[in-house]
Design a protein around this ligand. Sequence first.
Ligand code: SF4
Length: 323
Amino acid sequence: MNQPLLQVTNLKKYFPIHSGVFLRHTGNVYAVDDVSFHVNEGETLGIVGESGCGKSTVGKTILRLHEPTAGKVEYNGKDICELNKNDMVSLRRELQIIFQDPFASLNARHTVGIILQEPFVIHKMGTEEQRREWVFGLLQKVGLPKDSYFRYPHEFSGGQRQRIGIARAIALKPKMIVCDEPVSALDVSVQSQVINLLLELQKEMGLALIFIAHDLAVVRHVSDRVAVMYLGKIVETASAQQIYQDPKHPYTQSLIESIPVADPKTKKEKHRLKGEVPSPINPPSGCYFHTRCPQCFERCKLEQPQLQEHQQGHQVACHLLDE
Ligand code: SF4
């Protein structure tokens, strides 16, 4: 079997907490806690979970926008965590990110032309004239008019701004894009247009995508495989079809049942999710989900379940699998 484009192994990202007069290290936020997964060339891995489950931190840590606490992130067989600053800058040509809030990620004082030229300038590519032509090409590719070049980010709608964010991400012809909640801030009517654009570009450019979202309906639409995260850990991973047709982890079952349906009477209540996600500063003992799990039993409070193969390509971290 070919080696995956991205292999993440035992990745941890803890944010230290300092308190008191002497700002002593008093604890950690366990944002990402021992996570492993892979992404193959040209495929989409969806990462889902409620807010605060660590999914965005995973995306940012892969790109070293956060330095990992421990673990390996191998891209094309090379450990990204070992690269120096210069090597990391060249690697960013191949690994890009699209942020949730396009407005915050675009410099409001620059025109779109300047913003989209920036990746070429950083990587010392082309003459000014060539760069201008490339930017016009990018605008066309993401469905924005040519005169967008001379306008400022505030003159665009949310959906158009996300198109600018996508244009910037594809400028250097990357192999992989981390899409961090790319449509969460957009109106439902605009979401599908942006998703369709991403899917078209993926097909055309052979892109691998990590699609991070809390909306399972969206993830289902775009993903080949899905990883479900809860409190910094992956609790279930499988093909999108397996996850949606035969979810095994009680948390995944609850998330799927909370997807809105056209007729509310058809909604099953069996696995309805109750309560809040516990604090990642002080996670519960045993299975992190035991405080909310409708199927919790004694062992769950004492022993942490490990991710284990349920079927080929379908892994689950739940003691019910051993019963
Ligand atoms: Fe629920 Fe126990 Fe499975 Fe955790 S290990 S998800 S508490 S049944």
